[in-house]
Design a protein. Structure first.
Length: 234
């Protein structure tokens, strides 16, 4: 599918020659992936597919500056993430990135409402409008009325929706989602995909979605396949 936005906009995200390697106990390096190149425009939805273990979650972590890489560059609006120290990356991530982790990573001592509100709290934007936004998102992911529950009182699919609402609440420019519909029934999965797409379009955000679901990938402007040798159109 062609994407008009991509043709006349500068990239929000650029990945150039990225390589992630691990060094084992005997000092030998093994590459997870190498030569990964891609760029994603504002408002664009890119799906990444690939075999289990090929490095999709690792790549998303690199895109968010949550993991290290051994070669190559990750640029956000021209800003090279390697140029920032850990604190700088954390501050940048706080305002620019929404991340739906494969393992959710909700905070277990906070109730659902405060888990979703957390990005706004950190940005000091939890005013009346911010609180309304939290309510809107709880409603949008079908968790209205469950705001006071603690994470252990939720099902896997409900936890996933907390993670999705939290990633969207501060309207980030870049939304990274790792199998965001993996634990959901088909109906809820479709609703969540609609929400991710709607939010991406409404805020001209870029959505990079890792998925094994062809149903989800079908909605993307482009589908890329990650292999150990790099990224190519699927
Ligand atoms: N500390 C480590 N040392 C060596 N290899 C590691 C380490 N951490 C992760 N790996 C390897 O990196 C590879 C990529 O893992 P990753 O979780 O990114 O895969 P994935 O594509 O997201 O898989 P899935 O589809 O199952 O979620 C795996 O083969 C994993 O074994
Ligand atoms: Mg993964």
């Amino acid at each position: 599918m062609t994407n008009p936005i991509r043709d006349n906009a500068t990239a929000l995200l650029q990945v150039q020659g990225l390589a992630r390697r691990y060094r084992n106990d005997s000092g030998t390096e093994t590459a997870v992936f190498e030569h990964v190149d891609c760029s994603v425009a504002r408002g664009e939805f890119v799906a990444i597919v690939g075999d289990s273990g090929v490095g999709k979650s690792t790549l998303l972590n690199c895109l968010a500056g949550l993991d290290e890489w051994q070669q190559g560059r990750v640029l956000h609006e021209g800003l090279d993430l390697s140029a920032l120290d850990e604190t700088g990356r954390a501050l940048w991530r706080r305002s620019h990135v929404g991340f739906v982790f494969q393992a959710f990573h909700v905070l277990h001592h906070l109730d659902v409402w405060h888990n979703v509100a957390l990005p706004l709290m950190l940005l000091q934007r939890l005013d009346a409008q911010g609180r309304q936004r939290v309510e809107q998102l709880l409603q949008a992911v079908g968790l209205q009325g469950l705001g006071q529950r603690l994470p252990w009182q939720l099902s896997g699919g409900q936890l996933q929706r907390v993670a999705i609402a939290r990633a969207l609440v501060h309207s980030p420019a870049l939304l990274l989602a790792d199998e965001p519909t993996g634990n959901l029934d088909p109906g809820t999965a479709a609703q969540v995909m609609e929400l991710l797409l709607h939010q991406t379009r409404a805020h001209q955000a870029a959505l990079v979605l890792v998925t094994h679901s062809m149903e989800a990938a079908r909605r993307a402007d482009r589908v890329l396949r990650l292999t150990a040798q790099g990224m190519r159109p699927a």
